[in-house]
Every structure is written in structure tokens, then in C-alpha cells.
Design a protein. Structure first.
Length: 353
């Protein structure tokens, strides 16, 4: 609207410069109508598409090219003037610095093509177009990146606060119960002693997790790990691990979650099939994603068992397997039957060299 008002005022001031005044009036009226339409079109995100931006730039180009016809070959200024900054800035905001540069080149070329001679004023106009578009596009991209980083930091801070709250709740409740089970199991002996021993192991693991959480003051610097090597650490006489011959370098957090997911699958095999039941882990590194499968040859999971467990509040599979993979933006597919059980995990990644 600002550049439109400027264009209308300048054309009124230079009304005697038009060889065809009626055409000049019609052109200015069209600029007003198009600006009004553009305000409505750009107002909704769903309408801010490539056809609209191309049409907006095409209108500006057309008005620049028609200027010598309307004002005469010796014109000093085009009819739209700085009004062409509208589509230039729209391209810069939408397609960042590349869009601003393309629009600036197109508008500058058109402006130079209609000039009968090159002046200092012409140079100033072209210079502003060529520097304004890319800079606005670059700043737009920087602002978007800053906003995304701010949102990520806010989500991380909220997640850290929630983890700390849960850690306190675990410390105040679950750890005391596990300690009691361990103590009473040892006193009772027999099978209760084994339950007490397991409770003691879980108490120790939870305390370690809480201490690590309390020690975190700020996000650690990004690090990478070899997923193939980490999964190889799960190999045992009953667990076979196969993967690519070359390292699969991924962010440490992603590797940790995938290894924990594979371990959760193996724990299910040990509990539901048997502690000595064989299992197989296969890792594949594909363009843009990794695929991890964990398979056993047990009797399979009875139909409806997972749904029933979830309704009863037992969320082992949901949280330990599907929840972890979902947090990584991937999918977890379960195949089960008389042939056994297989989890196929697919996670999108950006490989790190």
C-alpha cells in the first residue's frame, strides 16, 4: 500500500509526462485494483502459491514494459516506479535470497530494456533492486531459522523440566517400593529372593538414570556414533547381529534410542519366548533412512494381546518400542504369527560423514 500510494502520487505529479493520458489513468487504476486483489490473495497461506507469485511478478514486468508506450520513448520514470518492490519482496520472503535475486534480475533487465539512455538515476534503481531482493530473502531465512531454533529450545526446556519432575516422582515412589521388594525378597528367600534381586537391579538402574538427569545442565554438543558398532554390542550366543560393512554414523541420541529399542525387543523375546530363545537383528542403511529388524522364531503374539495390555495400562511395547521410534519420526511395524515375531523399524536420518 505504501509503494502504491507513492506511485499514484508521482503519476499525478507527472501527469503532463504522458503521451497517452487515458492509458496512464487506466494503468494506475489497474495497479490499484491489482494491489487490492493481492492484499486479499496473500492474506491466506493456502493462496500463497507459485502461480500467484509468478502472476504478481508478471504484472509488474508488463507495466514496466508498457511504460514507454504510455509515456513516450523519452520517459524518465516508469509508470509503476517503486511499486514493483511488492512482487520483489514477495519473492524474497517466499523463496528466500534466491527468489529475491531472480525477481531482481528480471525486473532490472526489463527496466533497462525500456530506457533510451542509462543515467545515474537508472543505476540507483537497478542497484536497489539487485541488493534489496537477496538481502530481504536472506534475512527472512535467518528469521525463520531463529524461530525454529527458539521453538526447539523451548520444547527441549519443557521436556527437561518434565523429565526432572518425573524423576522426582520416581525417586519418591517407585524407588522406595523397589527397595522394599528387594529387602523383603531377601528375607523370604526362595522365589521371592529372585524377585528381590531383580527389583534391586531395577532400583540401581533407575537411580543411575536419575543421577544422569540431575547432572544435565544444558544440551551436550552434537556427537555421532556408529549404529552398526553399537548394535554389535548386543550380540551373544543367542543373538545374531548383521549389518553393513561400513560404519553407519548417526547422531548419538538417535543411536541410543535405536539400540534401546532393539534391546527392548530382545527383552520381550527373553520374557515371552525364553531366555535361551534365538533372535536376529538386521540393520540396513538406505538413502535417507535406516531400517532395523528384530526377529525371533517363537509362537508369536496372540491376537489382541497387545491391545489388551495397553487397555490394562501395561505400556511396555507402546512406550519402549513404538514410542521411541515415533519420537524419532519413524514407523514400527509388527509381523507376528506361527512363524515368530518380527519388528521392522524404519527411521529417517541425515547421515553424518
Amino acid at each position: 500500500m505504501v509503494v502504491l500510494l507513492n506511485a499514484v502520487a508521482l503519476n499525478l505529479y507527472r501527469a503532463d509526462n504522458f503521451d497517452h493520458p487515458a492509458a496512464g489513468v487506466a494503468t494506475v487504476a489497474f495497479m490499484v485494483a491489482w494491489t487490492t486483489a493481492a492484499l486479499w490473495l496473500y492474506d491466506a497461506h493456502r493462496r500463497r502459491t507459485a502461480p500467484l507469485l509468478v502472476a504478481d511478478l508478471a504484472v509488474a514486468v508488463l507495466l514496466v514494459l508498457l511504460s514507454p508506450v504510455i509515456k513516450g520513448p523519452d520517459m524518465q520514470a516508469t509508470v509503476p516506479g517503486f511499486w514493483v518492490m511488492g512482487p520483489l519482496l514477495a519473492w524474497a520472503l517466499h523463496w528466500r535470497w534466491r527468489g529475491g535475486l531472480v525477481a531482481a534480475v528480471v525486473l532490472s533487465a526489463c527496466d533497462l530494456s525500456v530506457r533510451s539512455h542509462f543515467t545515474q538515476g537508472t543505476y540507483g534503481n537497478v542497484f536497489l533492486l539487485m541488493i534489496g531482493g537477496p538481502i530481504v530473502g536472506f534475512l527472512s531465512a535467518s528469521l525463520v531459522q531463529m524461530a525454529e531454533e527458539r521453538d526447539t529450545a523451548e520444547r527441549a526446556a519443557a521436556a527437561a523440566a518434565e523429565r526432572a519432575r518425573l524423576a522426582r516422582a520416581v525417586h519418591d515412589g517407585v524407588l522406595q517400593v523397589l527397595a522394599l521388594v528387594q529387602r523383603r525378597g531377601a528375607e523370604l528367600g526362595g522365589e521371592a529372593a529372585e524377585l528381590g534381586r531383580l527389583a534391586g537391579e531395577q532400583e540401581s538402574a533407575l537411580r543411575t538414570l536419575i543421577r544422569r538427569q540431575d547432572a544435565v545442565t544444558e544440551p551436550a554438543a552434537p556427537a555421532t556414533l556408529d549404529l552398526a558398532a553399537e548394535l554389535a554390542g548386543l550380540a551373544s550366543p543367542r543373538v545374531s547381529v548383521a549389518g553393513p560393512g561400513s560404519p553407519v554414523l548417526l547422531p548419538a541420541a538417535t543411536v541410543g534410542e535405536l539400540v534401546a529399542t532393539a534391546q527392548a525387543c530382545l527383552d520381550n523375546v527373553a520374557v515371552h519366548v525364553g531366555p535361551d530363545a534365538p533372535a536376529w537383528i538386521l540393520l540396513e542403511s538406505l538413502p535417507g533412512r535406516v531400517e532395523l529388524s528384530v526377529r525371533d522364531e517363537g509362537p508369536g503374539i496372540p491376537a489382541g494381546r497387545l491391545e489388551a495390555a495397553e487397555r490394562e495400562g501395561r505400556l511396555g511395547v507402546v512406550e519402549s518400542i513404538r514410542g521411541r521410534v515415533a519420537d524419532l519420526g519413524g514407523t514400527a511395524t509388527l509381523s507376528t504369527g506361527s512363524f515368530g515375531t518380527e519388528w521392522e523399524l524404519a527411521v529417517p536420518v541425515q547421515e553424518t560423514s
